[in-house]
Design a protein around this ligand. Structure first.
Ligand code: LLP
Length: 417
């Protein structure tokens, strides 16, 4: 079911027309569909149901407490990359026993807090990090549960900024080095080696890089097993892509089938860390046209959302579908670049879109639920947008719009003397 759809020319999220949300909460704002999030999470859960598994939603994709809470209520685990994300998960009712902690730069205080609340596993990305964690756990009189994040050296075939599985990347430990560390496990008295981890990149639209990585990980698992080290889980990270334009990514069923087939009868609990595939298509960014600016070379629709609200087009040249909230039949379409008010030429949401518009019209930027709000900033002293969650006919403001005063609340000026 499509959770954003037109009825009589007006765009709805579930049973709520988006123009109503704009008039209640203003623009720009993010609008999420609860049903879409639940449907996608359930699709993953069903696809893996024949094998012992844990879904750890990647919090960085969208860390709004209401969304984390919806997922926690479904029984989801969480993949975190900072103590900030950990605190969000706890406040949202997430179970620390279902938390995996990824990231190349974990600080001592972050390790301590994660040990204190009893997370399920640290995904350790370097020998230096492992040595630090061993010491921190020793100091607290406990053992830290660990999977080494292995860099399997496969090309994920995605944008270079979001590919993480090549040997040139800062992420993970090479297969050889990881094998050596696992085999020296007795040298780390405060580490309990539980599993293997990898994450090769994001917005993957084919299975081949994932199954390549999986084969390499399973070869390593088999070698360790043969050397007497029994690991109990395999975390294959996140990365399943979504449809922004013409992509045709695997379904959760196809994705799970490829994994489960390769696993065979190995007694390994499978962990995956989907982010984008759960929330990406569950949200839109709602924005209003401030001006139409027609020049001899180009026509611009200047809108009230900008690169600070949704940075993906500026950062990755990402394509997001942009559609009017009310479709107009009274005007011919013109090709517009959709741009924001920020003082950078890179501040665009879309280019060359054929739209019939007048100033004041509302636009929806689709597939903005992942890495939209979570990557937003206050550049140009722009308060971050409101976030609205629709649940059938109910409209919940799950994060109010920031005020300008919020933005400088922590700042001080020097005394006059
Ligand atoms: N696990 C780890 C260790 C990760 O680094 C990531 C994403 C995920 C899971 C979730 O990946 P997903 O299922 O969402 O693809 N800002 C970029 C995406 C960066 C992804 C970073 N890591 C974008 O807007 O496309």
């Amino acid at each position: 079911m499509d959770h954003f759809s037109y009825r009589d020319g007006l765009l709805y999220c579930e049973s709520v027309p988006l123009d109503e949300i704009a008039s209640l909460f203003g623009t720009p704002c993010y609008v999420y569909s609860r049903a879409a999030i639940v449907q996608r999470w359930n699709a993953f859960e069903r696809s893996f149901s024949s094998h012992e598994h844990l879904l750890c939603y990647a919090v960085k994709a969208n860390s709004n407490l209401a969304i984390l809470n919806i997922l926690a209520r479904l029984g989801s685990g969480f993949d975190i990359v900072s103590v900030g994300e950990l605190e969000r998960v706890l406040v949202a009712g997430g179970d620390p026993q279902k938390v995996v902690f990824s990231g190349v730069g974990k600080r001592i205080d972050e390790m301590r807090r994660a040990l204190e609340v009893g997370i399920f596993c640290f995904n350790v990305e370097s020998l230096a990090e492992l040595e630090r964690l061993d010491k921190v756990a020793g100091g607290m009189g406990c053992r830290a549960p660990v999977a080494l994040r292995v860099n399997p050296d496969v090309d994920a075939g995605t944008h270079p900024y979001i590919a993480t599985g090549l040997k040139e990347s800062k992420f993970g430990i090479s297969l050889d080095e990881a094998e050596g560390i696992y085999l020296r496990h007795t040298q780390f008295p405060h580490i309990c080696f539980l599993g293997l981890d990898c994450h090769i990149g994001s917005q993957l639209t084919t299975l081949a890089p994932l199954t390549d990585a999986l084969d390499r990980m399973l070869t390593l698992y088999d070698r360790l097993q043969a050397n007497g080290l029994s690991l109990t889980h395999l975390d294959m990270g996140g990365g399943l892509g979504i449809r922004y334009q013409h992509e045709d990514p695997p379904t959760p069923d196809g994705y799970a089938a490829a994994f489960l087939q390769a696993l065979g009868d190995r007694p390994l609990r499978l962990i995956i860390e989907p982010g984008r595939a759960i929330v990406g298509e569950s949200g839109v960014l709602l924005t209003q046209v401030e001006y139409l600016k027609v020049t001899p070379n180009k026509s611009f629709a200047v809108v009230d959302a900008a690169m600070n609200d949704l940075i993906r087009p500026a950062l990755y040249d990402a394509w997001h579908n942009v559609e009017p909230v009310v479709s107009r039949t009274d005007l011919p379409a013109t090709s517009y670049d959709i741009v924001g008010p920020v003082c950078e030429s890179g501040d665009f949401l879309a280019s060359g879109r054929d739209l019939a518009l007048i100033a004041g019209d509302l636009l929806a930027v689709f597939a903005a639920g992942a890495y939209g709000f979570s990557m937003s900033s206050n550049y140009n002293t722009r308060p971050r947008a409101a976030e609205i969650l629709v649940d059938k006919t109910a409209i919940h403001c799950v994060r109010k719009r920031e005020t300008v005063a919020d933005l400088y609340a922590g700042e001080v000026i020097l005394p006059y003397n």
